[in-house]
Design a protein. Structure first.
Length: 278
């Protein structure tokens, strides 16, 4: 008699997740600002899972109206999945509203910092700068090797403890990346030889090299590596990000950068988008 396959398998997976950092108990203010932000990035969220980080309001003794907030988020294409941090009362209220609980203590891998140059790096007039450090992206990743919970730590908080990163060979993708496809180079650099279509997403803990047009999203330094860079043959992107600093091109890509070879890197908390050829 043939062995029957089990009806299900339960595994830990590597998943990227948006994190909404709740910094106020004033839900009217939060919803107003969130509405403004989401409307600037039309169709950016579409049935997208989002975790709520309550760390900033844990000592407020006020529990948000989670049901109302979840309904509001759903109207904007976001599905609230659970909460991070928060007080005991807030977490209990979240559970009562049908939300899950993520671990209170989030750990990120150690980041090796580059030596500080004696002179500030020069920025050409063609460089595009964006001082916007909070990207609610890649909030939680579960490492299947050691079962530690990792955080991209977009608010750059000091980690409670550090886990040495695991370095892997460069991942090479030699064909186009389709709309809706997501590729994650965990613990390595990512090289893509084909076009990255709109709606596709590239994620790497190291650098990203794209030798073709980038029309989707590229997220380098996903686990907080501020030395990561993105190199693109033709910039037509929806979003680019390095270590949590990101740029969404809701108003289109500047003329001097659109369709050009560029590199993307951090200068402090500024995201620099710079032509490769001057």
């Amino acid at each position: 008699m043939a062995h029957a396959e089990p009806a299900f398998k339960l595994k830990i997976a590597n998943l990227s997740l948006f994190v909404l950092y709740v910094n106020t108990t004033d839900m009217a203010q939060l919803k107003n600002q969130l509405d403004t932000r989401v409307n600037k990035t039309h169709n950016f969220f579409s049935n997208t899972p989002v975790a709520l980080d309550l760390s900033a309001i844990a000592n407020s003794n006020i529990s948000p109206d989670f049901a109302d907030l979840m309904s509001f988020m759903l109207d904007h294409g976001m599905h609230a999945t659970g909460v991070i941090g928060g007080s005991t009362e807030q977490r209990e209220a979240a559970v009562q509203s049908g939300l899950g609980l993520f671990p209170d203590t989030i750990v990120k891998p150690a980041i090796k910092t580059a030596p500080v140059p004696t002179t500030a790096p020069s920025i050409t007039p063609n460089a595009e700068k964006n001082n916007q450090p909070e990207l609610p992206e890649l909030g939680l990743t579960i490492d299947t090797n050691n079962n530690n919970v990792l955080d991209s730590d977009t608010q750059r908080q000091n980690p409670v403890s550090q886990v040495p990163p695991t370095f892997r060979p460069t991942m090479i993708i030699n064909k186009p990346v389709r709309t809706g496809q997501r590729i994650y180079a965990e613990g390595s650099n990512l090289v893509v030889l084909g076009v990255v279509n709109a709606g596709a997403e590239l994620i790497a803990d190291g650098d990203i090299h794209i030798y073709a047009p980038l029309r989707g999203r590229a997220i380098a330094g996903a686990q907080g590596n501020e030395n990561a860079r993105i190199f693109v043959h033709s910039l037509e992107a929806e979003l680019i990000s390095v270590a949590g600093c990101f740029k969404v091109f809701e108003n289109g890509i500047p003329e001097n950068l659109r369709g050009k070879p560029v590199q993307v890197h951090l200068n402090g908390s500024d995201l620099i988008i710079q032509p490769l050829l001057s």
